[in-house]
Design a protein around this ligand. Sequence first.
Ligand code: ZN
Length: 299
Amino acid sequence: MKIKLFPKIYCGQIAYIKIYLDWSLSIMFFLITLGMATSIFPSWHPEWSIWTLWILSALAALFFILSILVHELSHALVGRGKNIEVKNITLFVFGGVAQLEHEPHTWQAELWMAFAGPIASIILGVIILIISILTMDLDYIKTVDSVHVLESLSPSTTLLFWLGPINIFLGLFNLIPGFPMDGGRVLRAVLWGITYDIRRATFWAYRVGQVCAGLFMGIGIATILNFPIIPFLGTGLIGGLWFIFIGWFLYRSAQISYDQLLELLAQEAFASLPAYQKVFIKIIQFLKSHKHPNLGCGK
Ligand SMILES: [Zn+2]
C-alpha cells in the first residue's frame, strides 16, 4: 500500500527490513502519553506522583509503538516466507505500513500474510498479560478490597497489565474487514480463493472497506454528539475526531489500493501483448495525452 507520507526518519534495519519513523508518529506518542497520564493511570493509581504518572505514560506510549512494530514485522517475515519481500516498514500516526515489493501472487500467500500481524499481536498480548499476572503478589491481592486491586499493583505490573490487553485489542481491531486493513485483506484472499479473480475480490473488499470507513466516521460523529456508541471509549470531541480521521484514512486507503491494483493489472496485461499492439497503444496514449483534435476518442 503506497501512501504519501510526510518526511520520515530512518532508524535502522531488522532482518534486512528498513524501519522508518514518520514525523506524525509523534502525534500518536503525544496523544497516548496525554491520555494515559491524565485519564487512565490516575483512575487506577490516584496515589502516584506526577513524575511516576508521566514517566509511566511515556513508557506506555513507547511500548505501544514497539508493539505495532512487532505486528508489522510479523507481516513482513511471513510475507518473506511466501516470497513477498517487504522493502521497509514505516510507523506513523495511524499505525504501521509495510511496503511490499509486489502484491501477493496467490490468495493463500495473501491470507497468511494478512493474518500474521493480528495473530502476532494477540499472542504477544496474551504473553504480556500472563507475565503481568505472574509478577502480581496474588497472596496480597486476595486481602485487598476488589475496588483497590489495580491500586495495589506496582508501576511495572500496571504497565504490563495495560499493554497485554491493548495488544489483544490491536490484533482484534485489525481483523475488522475494512480493506486495506488486515481483516479486509483476509476477506479479499477468501473472495479471491472463491472467485479466482483478484480484481473482483479486490473490488468487493474495497466496497466493504468503504462501508467500514463510513461506519467509523458515523461512530465519530455520534461520539462527538455524546451518543455513547462504544461505552468503554466514552464520548467527546477528541475521541470522535479520532474515529473520523481513521474512517477518512481507511476510505482513502481503500480507494488508493484498488486504483493501484487496476494500474498493476493494466501494466501486466500490457506487458503480455505482442510488440505491434504495444506500439499502437503507446501511440494512442501519446495522442490522447496531447489532446490531439482529430482523435475521436479524446475525453
Ligand atoms: Zn496488520
